[in-house]
Design a protein around this ligand. Structure first.
Ligand code: TRP
Ligand code: SF4
Length: 400
């Protein structure tokens, strides 16, 4: 059976935290066993907002790759690469840009949202407007079937589908084209259908140019055809086409249930994170200083886990027995908050230990990381080149 190809990318934000792990990476690690997977660093996408300060992108990219490896992304299972090292993405982006209506880009919801959110930056640039189109090129160049993303990225995947459809419509043929074309022939009525078929055969078998002109004239006369059917019949005359770019689907990643140290979503901008490389001492310290139910001023005051961010971490790290212990002990003031936090600390440390061991391994050998990335880039480039050959050919830009 054909294994669906999975592709996803991440902007290089530097070292990652538990929110990334639970929200994205754990899913990647799972997917790599089920599908051929491509995971890449979207460093050009970082430039769309950081064009004025690109100095850190390189280091952030490499740090992020180390964290992917640490989290368990296995270079023997998945292909890890860097966007800018596969310049074919840029070529496809450019070719797609020729036929992408401005309105489509302006209507992508993230465009205005991000401009408003990052209002300290001038994002009325060509590059930033093109962000979703670059993303579409990232996806379409690998003919990815599935793109695991969070909810915020779903419009970008839909946009990519529209871009693929438009491309195929302009330069290629839809799937099932032949059947659909034959249906359209029938709609011409028996007499004209016979003439059409005859002219088509003459053109296809004898290369008769006059036949094709006559066929065009025939189609031009017919009023009742839909635009799509007319397109099909023109295309069918010259031979059956193929689908050049595949329409990808989003693989919606469940929203991460990973709360931050203050109970809101774990995010760098909230300063409530635990990084994947956090030392055990720092983890303990951070969890110990987490706020708890404000009603528990003294050890003897009972509390309510529902009002406490530590309880949310118990949802991620504790089993049923431990959770009942928390519920009971908190409400009866039977346990103190420091007691309550210990299983969470233990859970986080247990989760981080194998990751940190792998991170150390890769950090000690940067040339190994470079090799992994280079090999991944080579593989990705081979795939990208295949698609670009078809794309150039379909657009008539094949000069070989
Ligand atoms: N825009 C994505 C994000 O911000 C990153 C990204 C770039 C991406 N290209 C992609 C994700 C292609 C999936 C597929 O998270
Ligand atoms: Fe929060 Fe646990 Fe303290 Fe209750 S005992 S307030 S759940 S930390």
């Amino acid at each position: 059976m054909y294994a669906e190809r999975v592709l996803s990318g991440m902007r290089p934000t530097g070292s990652l935290h538990l929110g990334h792990y639970h929200g994205v990476l754990a899913n990647w690690v799972k997917l790599q066993h089920e599908h051929p997977c491509l995971f890449f660093v979207a460093d050009w996408h970082a430039l769309t907002t950081q064009y004025d300060d690109p100095q850190h992108i390189h280091q952030n990219s490499m740090d992020m790759v180390v964290d992917w490896l640490a989290a368990g992304v296995d270079p023997n299972q998945a292909t890890i690469f860097i966007q800018s090292k596969v310049p074919e993405h840029a070529e496809l982006h450019l070719l797609l840009s020729m036929s992408t209506p401005l309105g489509w880009l302006e209507r992508v919801p993230t465009y205005k949202d991000q401009q408003e959110k990052l209002s300290n930056k001038d994002l009325s640039t060509y590059g930033f407007l093109g962000y979703p189109l670059l993303q579409a090129a990232d996806i379409l160049i690998y003919r990815a079937d599935k793109v695991p993303v969070g909810e915020d990225q779903v419009p970008h995947i839909e946009f990519s589908r529209e871009i693929a459809r438009r491309f195929n419509h302009l330069y290629g043929r839809e799937p099932g084209f032949e059947e659909k074309a034959k249906e359209a022939v029938k709609k011409l009525g028996s007499k004209k259908a016979r003439l059409y078929d005859e002219l088509r055969t003459r053109f296809q078998q004898e290369g008769d140019k006059e036949a094709i002109e006559q066929a065009h004239a025939l189609l031009d006369e017919i009023q009742h055809l839909s635009v799509v059917d007319r397109e099909r019949l023109f295309g069918y005359l010259e031979g059956t086409g193929k689908m050049i770019l595949a329409e990808p689907g989003a693989l919606l990643t469940e929203a991460s249930r990973m709360p931050g140290l203050d109970g809101s979503k774990m995010s760098k901008s909230y300063g409530n994170t635990i990084s994947l490389r956090e030392s055990p001492e720092a983890v303990s310290k951070k969890v110990r200083s987490m706020p708890t139910d404000p009603a528990r001023v003294r050890r003897t005051d009972p509390g309510d886990p529902q009002k406490c961010p530590v309880w949310q971490l118990h949802q991620v790290y504790s089993d049923d027995a431990c959770r009942s212990w928390v519920q009971e002990g908190c409400k009866s003031a039977g346990i103190g908050c420091i007691d309550c936090k210990q299983p969470v600390i233990d859970g986080i440390l247990k989760e981080l230990a194998p990751m940190q061991e792998r991170a150390r391994y890769y950090q000690e050998d940067p040339s190994l990381v470079k090799r992994i990335v280079n090999e991944g880039c080579d593989k990705a480039r081979d795939l990208a080149r295949e698609t670009m050959r078809d794309v150039r050919e379909a657009m008539g830009l094949d000069y070989s």
